[in-house]
Design a protein around this ligand. Structure first.
Ligand SMILES: Nc1ncnc2c1ncn2[C@@H]1O[C@H](COP(=O)(O)OP(=O)(O)OP(=O)(O)O)[C@@H](O)[C@H]1O
Length: 600
């Protein structure tokens, strides 16, 4: 993903999105935090009479004013004796509830954090699977992987911190309220001093989101480099790219570590120096309170207790805000990624696909991947049940033709019609079940041969064997240690190129799709095997339409119709014999391949 500024509005929208994800849970956290705050306040107010009792040797009276007075009148109303023991008992009960609610907040916060992370991952992966191939062409799969797995984790973490901020913030409010009730002027003076310090730290240190954004970018680059090294490990070794990749990875790792340390350093700097400043301010307050204010011993005790509880929380609150800002870019980027993906979804809904495909027509189709036209006013016709060959020089647009047929992309101009209807109007999933495509370099899943053949569908043993027979998978089946149950390894490393292609062909045959597209699907087989596979496919059943792209022209010599595609257009059409009789590209390519065969 591109490195982008994080506008303030986008940050707030991201936070709002989290808050509205599970409104009940969010409200539960807010309510429980408020309860914890209130209980903390009540707990503190117990200190008044406790200190009072300590001073008077246990005697208490309801004549006390202010907070203590209110507390004592509650005791009187409930009918509890006003003794030190009962006061401590009351304090114990309040504290138990206070910490039980703190536990509840943390538990609910974990539920929200992990639940949101799960929801983000789920949504991101679902959208990633539904995104158009063009999106992957632009963004690359490594960015998608990073967003789905890593960014979402950081995004979840930021929520936990926000809850922590909220809970600690409310406790600070409780202490400040008590202090304000006891000594309003002193508290206000302290608030001005601490507020000034907060502003100073905020503007004196690089903003958290700026450093955090750099961490997020470095993280993305790390993923890209790591993936390039591991996925392309063979070429990395063969072309001596190890040291280049390693130094690139290390440079990114350094950036990642340096920026991560910067976030943490700033966070702890805020925490430590703020704590120092707060402690110094506190001593000042204590001095003033003792020296100039006529506070009672109990009021002074509670005031100081509140201040001492407030001070570390305030400094960690500032550090938490900084950490939140540092991690917010991950949340914003994840939301941005999800929105981008949602905009780039394939249009799936559409009309039912006819049971029989009688005819497919490309009518003046033009297409460009980016700005460069790859297909230019191309027209061709495929009759149901025909075997059609597509040949031509490399880069002419053959694979693009069949990618459009499988609706991996849509035409920019013109139309592709099946039975007279544009294929774009058909239900996408049903259309892809109609067209089975075998690519030159198919993906083999790191699973059993059986899974790779059935693609997870339930298929009868007999159909499995038949498809394996037709695609000549049976030729190497006995060499696999566990037959159909052999695990084929990461991207089928345990198979040769030709074996992988045969597995992919059998997978396509098992779908029973009426249109079979072979895009250089047997190019890795030797000529004899390729011919055997093709003969088996051609004689499958009369109803199946086969479109085969081939460089080796002998593969399509039996085709009912052959199209030569050059520079994005059809340059000639005919059967093998009619085309070889002409003085065109096909005849030229054929003559060249024949002489190569004779020479070898
Ligand atoms: N995903 C893509 N994004 C951008 N350009 C692409 C993409 N796929 C193919 N192209 C470009 O489109 C042009 C036609 O490619 P295409 O694969 O359709 O040709 P082809 O005739 O099948 O070639 P080959 O015989 O070498 O497989 C080429 O110039 C290629 O670089």
């Amino acid at each position: 993903m591109a490195e982008l500024e994080l506008p303030r509005g986008e940050r707030y929208r991201s936070l709002r999105r989290v808050a509205l994800h599970r409104p009940l849970l969010t409200s539960g956290i807010v309510a429980t935090s408020l309860v914890a705050m209130a209980l903390e306040g009540i707990g503190l107010s117990f200190l008044f009479p406790v200190i009072e009792a300590a001073q008077t040797g246990g005697a208490l009276s309801t004549a006390e004013g202010g907070i203590a007075g209110r507390l004592l009148s509650v005791y009187a109303a409930v009918g509890l004796p006003l003794t030190l023991e009962f006061l401590l008992l009351g304090l114990g009960c309040v504290m138990t509830c206070r910490y039980a609610s703190a536990f509840a907040v943390k538990w609910l916060a974990a539920k929200l954090t992990k639940g949101y992370e799960r929801a983000l991952k789920d949504r991101a992966y679902e959208l990633a699977l539904g995104a158009s191939v063009a999106y992957y062409d632009e963004e690359g799969s490594d960015d998608v992987l990073n967003a789905v797995l890593t960014q979402t984790r950081y995004a979840g973490r930021v929520i936990g911190r926000i809850v922590q901020f909220f809970q600690q913030g409310l406790l600070c409010v409780a202490y400040a309220a008590i202090a304000l009730a006891i000594a309003p002027l002193l508290t206000m003076a302290a608030a001005v001093a601490l507020g000034g310090l907060t502003v100073l730290f905020r503007y004196g240190i690089e903003p958290g989101y700026a450093v955090g954004d750099r961490v997020a970018t470095a993280n993305e680059q790390l993923q890209e480099t790591a993936q390039a090294g591991t996925q392309g490990v063979r070429d990395v070794k063969l072309f001596g790219m190890r040291s280049d990749l390693l130094s690139e990875f290390r440079a990114t790792l350094d950036r990642y570590a340096t920026t991560s340390v910067a976030v943490r350093r700033n966070e702890v700097a805020i925490q430590s120096f703020y704590q120092l400043a707060v402690s110094l301010a506190l001593f000042g307050l204590v001095y003033v309170a003792i020296r100039y204010r006529a506070l009672s011993v109990s009021a002074l005790g509670v005031f100081l207790f509140a201040m001492f509880r407030l001070a570390p929380r305030l400094s960690s609150l500032n550090a938490t805000v900084y950490a939140i800002e540092g991690e917010l870019p991950h949340l914003v980027r994840t939301h941005r990624f999800i929105d981008q993906l949602a905009d780039r979804q394939e249009e799936t809904a559409g009309a039912a696909v006819p049971e029989r495909i009688d005819e497919i027509r490309f009518e003046n189709v033009s297409f460009a991947y980016d700005d460069e036209r790859v297909l230019d006013d191309l027209s061709m016709e495929i009759e149901g049940g025909e075997f059609v060959g597509v040949v031509g020089p490399s880069g002419g647009g053959k694979s693009t033709v069949v990618s459009l047929l499988a609706r991996l992309y849509g035409p920019d101009d013109g139309a592709i019609l099946a039975n007279g209807e544009s294929i774009q109007t058909y239900d996408l999933r049903a259309w892809r079940e109609t067209v089975a495509m075998v690519r030159q370099d198919p993906h083999i899943f790191d699973d059993t041969l059986r899974y790779n053949l059935t693609a997870g569908r339930s298929v009868s043993e007999r159909d499995l064997r038949d498809a394996a027979e037709t695609a000549l998978v049976t030729e190497f089946l006995d060499d696999l240690p566990r037959g159909f149950d052999t695990v084929l390894g990461d991207d089928g490393v345990k198979l040769s190129g030709g074996q992988r292609q045969r597995v992919a062909l059998a997978r396509a045959l098992l779908t029973d799709a009426p249109v079979l597209v072979l895009d250089e699907a047997t190019s890795d087989l030797d000529t004899a095997l390729e011919r055997r596979v093709h003969r088996a496919v051609e004689t499958l059943d009369g109803d199946r339409t086969v479109v085969a792209i081939a460089h080796r022209l002998s593969t399509v010599a039996n085709a009912d119709r052959i199209y030569t595609v050059e520079d994005g257009r059809v340059s000639e059409t005919g059967t093998h014999s009619s085309l070889t009789a002409r003085d065109g590209t096909y005849a030229e390519l054929y003559a060249m391949q024949r002489s190569e065969r004779v020479e070898s």
